[in-house]
Structures are given as C-alpha cells and as structure tokens.
Design a protein around this ligand. Structure first.
Ligand code: OSB
Ligand code: MG
Length: 376
C-alpha cells in the first residue's frame, strides 16, 4: 500500500541531437511532460510520450497536461493505492487520454518497485537479463545520407534497422539498402501513409524480405489491414491501431497483423501493456517495444517492459546518445556491440534521475498536493 502526497507536473524543452522525420512530420526538439510523484518518503518519475502536435495520435502535450492536472492526478492523491496495477481502476472514469494516464501509472509502478526493493522489470514480470535492440531511422535528405546512417548503426551493433517510409521514399530505398545489405533484419514504418489504391505497390515489397511493414494504412484501422495482409507475404505489424488488449485480440482474430508493437504510452500504462503481452504470448504473436523519442525516464521504463518474455523481436529502444547530447538520467542508456541493453538489477528503474538538470530545462510547472487533515 502507498499513499501519494504530491504530484508535480513539469514541461521540459529538449532539442534532439538529430532531427527525426516521419511521414507525419519533422521533429527537431521535444516539449515533454514529466510527472514526479512523492509517496512513502520516496519519489518516482513518469514520462508522457505525447508529442507537441496530435500527429501520431489524438493526444498532445497540452491536452495531456490539462487532463492530468484537472482529472487524473486528483484521483490518485491521498488515497490508499495497492500499486501500479490498481491505477487503471482509479482512472477509468476518464475516457481516452492513454498517454497521460500512462505517465502517472508508470510512476506508481516505479515507486512500488522502489518500495519493494526489487527491479522494476522484475515487478512487471520480466525475465530477460539483456534486451535486443534495433533502431528507427527517419526519412533522410537523400539516399546517401540514409546509407551512411545505416552503416553507422550496424557498426554500433544494432540488430535490426527500421526505415521510416512514405510514398516516394520506399521501393527505391529498399532496393538500394538490400543491394548493399542483403541479409540484415530490415523493416519499415509508414505511420499510415498509404491507402488501398497502393495495394499492388506494397505487394511488390515482398521481394525485399522485410521483417515487417509497420502501420501502412489508417491509424485507426483493422479491417483494411487484414485485406492487405491477405495479399502480401510480409508480416504487417500494427502500432497506432492497437490501443488495448481488446484491439490486439481483434487484430489477431481478423489477421490484420502478425506482429504487434507495444508502446506503453499508446496503450495507457504498464498494466495494459502487460495484458497485451500476455494475450499475444498465448496466441504465438511476437511483440517488440516501440519508442517515442523518450528521455531516459521513459527509456528506462521501456527497458523494464522489454524484459518480459514475449518481447522477442528487437525493439526501438536504443542508446540515449542517438537522441540527446545529454540525457536527464545517469548513467545514460548504452547499447553493447552485440546490440543489447543490460536490464538493470537494482531496485526501481535502475537509473538516477538528474533533478538539477530537469530544473534547468523546466519551462512550466504545477504542483498538486493531497489535502492534509489539520488538527485544531
Ligand atoms: O511510429 O514508431 C513510431 C517516433 C515518434 C513517433 C512514432 C514513432 C517513432 C519512431 C521512433 O519510430 C522510435 C524511437 O527511436 O524512439
Ligand atoms: Mg510506428
């Protein structure tokens, strides 16, 4: 049992070390909502993965801020909470806003793991000592830039290369990459850039032996993805469409995909991520952990989640230095030459949050405290 005394919201602004371009837009820096909770004399952090604009999903940092301050945080303050697993029940009256909910819930799991003095990954049900890592490479100014980036990441040891793609940045790129690297694990992510008129075009990608094609069609679709999956050999992986366990079950049942990307923010927190993990494991559908350009706080939580057994494919969880010149945790996340991250074995997330650095980066703040009974 734990009781949260205080919840702090902070917005930090952090420039990306390298701009990141997807079919939905270009990101050069991030505005990030961080949550800090205080309970039982301990503090824990959560990171909200909502972007500056609602281009990936319908959430954005400002909606997450408002819903957290007005609706979510007050529901967690001053009440007895068993642990992270009971947070969804406390927040369920509020519909949607999964990324905002996840930041709070994950902070509670983090605090619970500190309280129990066990590693966060173990508390979530993780069994892996190391996790396999891939990279997501954004759309580049030219094919030459892309080839150079891929060479660098393969050299660093990453086990899988994911290429962001869109009409005009697909076949010619796959062709060139496959000619140079015929054997590597290669996948692509369209972030919903294609439509049914592109079916034949996408079917022709089978020759490139991609490990998967991530979210080619609409961000909220299952049906048309199932039609596409019937027409192609390459596995479809759903990201945006999967909001919860029911979605995962529907997608598997309809054969809309053969692989699922689990992002803990997108599904509303560790509880739902674990539920999807368990349901997919039971049905023989492999999963991997997606990324949302997180700071070390969210990254540490992704590492803990990735230690669960059915996270069998390399995730988009990579080194801090690919995103930030200086991370807000110590030590920064590093990846070995074998393309692996070691799962921490110390209590909590296993990383130390740099509060001083966060203070310096903070542009906005709100503090909510539990009402204390005053004796008179
Ligand atoms: O679709 O997986 C995605 C980044 C921002 C929004 C959506 C996506 C991504 C990535 C990058 O692919 C993953 C990462 O390196 O954090
Ligand atoms: Mg994706």
């Amino acid at each position: 049992m734990l009781k949260i005394d205080r919840i702090q919201l902070r917005e930090i602004n952090l420039p990306l070390a390298h701009p990141f371009e997807t079919s939905f837009g270009l990101t050069t820096g991030r505005r990030i909502l961080l949550i800090e909770i205080e309970a039982e004399g301990l503090t824990a952090w959560g990171e909200c993965v909502a972007g500056e604009h609602p281009y990936f999903s319908d959430e954005m940092i400002d909606t997450a801020w408002t819903i957290t301050e007005m609706e979510l945080a007050p529901r967690l303050l001053g009440v007895e909470i068993k642990g992270g697993g009971s947070v969804p029940g406390l927040l369920k009256q509020v519909r949607g806003h999964r990324m905002a909910k996840a930041a709070l819930e994950n902070a509670v799991w983090d605090l619970e793991s500190q309280l129990q003095e066990i590693p966060l990954g173990r508390l979530l049900g993780g069994t892996r000592e190391v996790i396999p890592c891939g990279v997501s490479i954004g759309i580049q100014p030219s094919p030459e830039h892309l080839m150079e980036k891929i060479a660098t990441e393969l050299d660093a040891g990453y086990q899988r290369i994911k290429l962001k793609c869109k009409p005009g940045w697909d076949v010619t790129i796959f062709d060139e990459v496959r000619k140079r690297w015929p054997e590597i694990l290669l996948s692509c992510d369209a972030n919903s850039a294609y439509r049914m008129k592109d079916l034949d075009h996408i079917a022709a990608w089978d020759q490139y032996k991609l490990l998967m094609i991530e979210q080619p069609l609409w961000y909220d679709d299952f049906y048309f993805h199932s039609m596409l999956q019937k027409r192609i050999e390459t596995a479809i992986c759903l990201d945006e469409s999967i909001r919860n366990r029911r979605d995962a079950l529907a997608a598997i049942d309809m054969e809309s995909c053969r692989i699922i990307n689990i992002k803990v923010g997108r599904v509303g927190g560790f509880s739902e991520a674990i539920a999807i993990h368990n349901a997919t494991e039971e049905r023989g559908i492999p999963v991997w952990c997606g990324g949302m350009l997180e700071t070390g706080i969210g990254r540490a939580h992704n590492i803990a989640l990735s230690s669960l057994p059915n996270f069998s494919l390399p995730g988009d969880v990579s080194a801090s230095s690919r995103y930030w010149t200086e991370d807000i945790i110590e030590l920064a996340v590093t990846v070995s030459k074998a393309g692996e991250i070691v799962v921490p074995t110390t209590p909590g997330s296993g990383f130390v949050v740099q509060r001083d650095r966060i203070e310096a980066l903070t542009v906005r703040r709100a503090t909510l405290a539990a009402r204390v009974a005053v004796a008179v």
